[in-house]
Structures are given as structure tokens and as C-alpha cells.
Write a protein that binds this ligand. Structure first.
Ligand code: IMP
Ligand code: MG
Length: 209
């Protein structure tokens, strides 16, 4: 599997074969189709497993350096962030606690509906703590605008967002997303937590459908 980010971090579009984990493939071995796809076509792999893992470690180091003191609560936005969240929190080298938020902005389609509902809202204490919201992907930014509003009312000591992917679409989002894994191409992406109609979340890589 191959993926690239250009100097800007933007993924470079080029066709690659869809293969299973490199653990079962390697030089000289033909790439078998990925059984996790259930025979459904993936246009290409955008970020492979190794690329994601190394960027996640870098993000963990950046986050560690950014919070020298205070209480840190990492809030994962379910369900999309769950895989990224569990990987990234394990790379943060300081004490922290975790909780989750559930928002819903997409139905089964691939276009943002703009209708964001907060389905689960944690009762964890937020005031006086550093809050780091972990999101899978920022597209229109509407989900975050709504969520950050809710969180800000609880008077955190600081509020920041860590997103694995950012589509860099102009949005009304006031504050920049502080930690970004990769700039994402303007395609519908699946895998590593991202779904299409709830499928593909368990792919260990990110692909475009
Ligand atoms: P936003 O509110 O438009 O920024 O959308 C954010 C949410 O939409 C993300 O948390 C994802 O759940 C979903 N989403 C946006 N783009 C994609 C994509 O390319 N693939 C899968 N889900 C996406
Ligand atoms: Mg989703």
C-alpha cells in the first residue's frame, strides 16, 4: 500500500491496489483483495497503516508538549474518532482522563446535512480542566461549532481540538483546529473509524470510496 502527503501534508492522488495488512503481504507476494471490504470497491488507499501510526505518534508528542500542567480531559467524539482516539491517547506522556461525546450530523449519505444533534453529553466535570476534543475528520465544521459551544459554557481552563483529518473547507469555525493529523482530499473517506453507512470503520487504513 502506498500513500503520500505532499509538502503541505495534502494527500497526493494516485491509484494504488487495495491490499490487506502488510503483516500478511510483502514483496514477492501478490496482494489479495481485502476481505474486510466485503467485495465492495475502494477507489484507493489514501493513508496506509504505517503512515497513520507514525503521524499519530507525532501528534501524541505535540499534545504532551502542549500541556505542561493542569488536568487534561480528552473527549472523543463517537463513533468516528474511536480508533484514532484509542491510539492517540496511548501516545500522550502525561496524566489524563477520558470521556466521550456523541453527535450525529450525517445520515447514510455522503453529504453533510448540517443538522447536528448531541446524542450523548458527558456529565464529567469540565470546569477548570484542559479539554481536548478528538474528532475523526473536519468537513463543514458544523459538528465542532455546535459541540464547542456546549463545552465552552462549562468553563474549561482551555479548549482545543485534535482532528485526524481536515478537509480545509472554509467554515464558520472560529478557532483553528490545534492538532491536525493530515489534510484530507475532498473525497469521501472510510476506515480507521470513518464509516459509510456504518461500514468500513474497522479498516486499519483510510481509503476513498
Ligand atoms: P462536519 O460537521 O461537516 O465537519 O462533519 C464532521 C463529521 O462528518 C465527521 O465527524 C464524520 O463523522 C463525518 N464525515 C465528514 N466527512 C467524512 C468523510 O469523508 N467520510 C466519513 N465521514 C465523514
Ligand atoms: Mg460518521
Amino acid at each position: 500500500m502506498t500513500s503520500d502527503s505532499g509538502e503541505s501534508g495534502r494527500a497526493v492522488t494516485r491509484p494504488v491496489a487495495v491490499v490487506a495488512s502488510t503483516a500478511t503481504t510483502g514483496p514477492g507476494h501478490p496482494a489479495p483483495p481485502d476481505p474486510r471490504l466485503g467485495g465492495r470497491p475502494l477507489r484507493r488507499v489514501v493513508f496506509d497503516e504505517a503512515t497513520i501510526a507514525s503521524r499519530v505518534r507525532e501528534l501524541g508528542a505535540e499534545i504532551t508538549d502542549s500541556y505542561p500542567d493542569g488536568e487534561l480531559l480528552v473527549l472523543g467524539l463517537l463513533k468516528g474518532s474511536v480508533i484514532f482516539f484509542s491510539d492517540v491517547v496511548r501516545t500522550i506522556q502525561r496524566p489524563l482522563q477520558i470521556d466521550f461525546l456523541i453527535a450525529s450530523s450525517y445520515g447514510t449519505g455522503t453529504e453533510s446535512s448540517g443538522d447536528v444533534r448531541l446524542v450523548y453529553d458527558p456529565d464529567t466535570r469540565l470546569d477548570g480542566r484542559h479539554i481536548l476534543v478528538v474528532e475523526d475528520i473536519v468537513d463543514s465544521g458544523r459538528t465542532l461549532i455546535r459541540l464547542l459551544d456546549v463545552i465552552r459554557r462549562r468553563r474549561p481552563r482551555s479548549l482545543a481540538v485534535c482532528a485526524l483529518l481536515h478537509k480545509r473547507i472554509p467554515t464558520a469555525l472560529q478557532e483553528p483546529v490545534r492538532f491536525v493529523g493530515f489534510d484530507a482530499p475532498h473525497e469521501f473517506l472510510v476506515g480507521y473509524g470513518l464509516d459509510h453507512a456504518e461500514d468500513f470503520r474497522h479498516l486499519p487504513y483510510i481509503g476513498a470510496i
